[in-house]
Design a protein around this ligand. Structure first.
Ligand SMILES: [Mg+2]
Length: 171
């Protein structure tokens, strides 16, 4: 029998967490990175609004501010990201004890042994997505497939807040 692997990727993770701590900025373009006073450093993450204005991860703050004059830049708070990363893994653990984190915002969740209890990979993905949204207030993109590579490809294929199932018939 094929394995059932999920890859979950929290969308615009650092920026999403910062918007939880500062709800008044959530409808504005937000980027996390560098030192805004010195206009120094690079963009580590951005929300959808900033992305639409052309802001890119890895570019210099001054470049991003040039493209998007209203851009709100927040310095990174790694303790917050660690906390949310841990909370997300606790949700994955409800469906599998085989959770393999990759960075702070991504994890593979091997659900091969959970489908009998919790339903298909797609159903588990839907439950995880709903629980993360309801309990943590952030969104995820999840890929479901029979191996880790296609599961990761699936989580990348459509975002934010999406589920993509890659089967042997449609890959
Ligand atoms: Mg992510």
């Amino acid at each position: 029998m094929d394995r059932v692997i999920l890859h979950s990727d929290m969308n615009s993770f650092y920026a999403a967490v910062e918007c939880l701590y500062n709800p008044e900025i959530r409808d504005k373009p937000v980027a996390v990175g560098g030192n805004p006073e010195k206009r120094h450093g690079i963009i580590l993450a951005k929300n959808e609004k900033a992305k639409k204005a052309g802001v890119k991860t890895g570019e210099a703050l001054w470049q991003a501010m040039g493209k998007c004059p209203g851009l709100i830049i927040v310095p990174p708070n790694y303790e917050r990201y660690l906390r949310y990363s841990k909370l997300s893994r606790q949700i994955y653990n409800r469906y599998s004890d085989q959770v393999e984190p990759y960075g702070l915002d991504e994890s593979w969740v091997d659900c091969t042994n959970s489908v009998k209890i919790h339903g298909s990979g797609e159903e588990i993905a839907r439950k995880i997505s709903t629980e993360i949204k309801d309990e943590l207030g952030v969104t995820v993109s999840i890929g479901v497939s029979w191996n880790k590579i296609f599961a990761k490809y699936g989580s990348d294929y459509k975002k934010p807040d999406a589920i993509t199932v890659i089967t042997r018939d449609n890959y």
